[in-house]
Design a protein around this ligand. Structure first.
Ligand code: ZN
Ligand code: ZN
Length: 71
């Protein structure tokens, strides 16, 4: 098991140039990273705007799909 590589908490695959990994909340460890695409899907599915583990509101606006910062 390669536990050193960063993987998406949803789909369990690594980040790529096309689909980089983000860390939109304050979780650490294996659940730290998520694809933007996977996060959007999760947000749609769960209808939540915050992480259910750390309760941190995602620094992410699905409508501004290219920007994950708070600008
Ligand atoms: Zn993913
Ligand atoms: Zn979190």
């Amino acid at each position: 098991m390669d536990t050193d590589s960063d993987i998406c908490r949803v789909c369990r695959s690594e980040g790529t140039l096309d689909k980089p990994l983000y860390h939109p909340c304050v979780c650490t460890g294996s659940i730290k990273f998520i694809h933007q695409e996977c996060l959007v899907q999760w947000l749609k599915h769960s209808r939540k705007e915050y992480c259910e583990l750390c309760k941190h509101r995602f620094a992410f606006t699905p409508s501004k799909s290219q920007c994950i910062c708070r600008c």
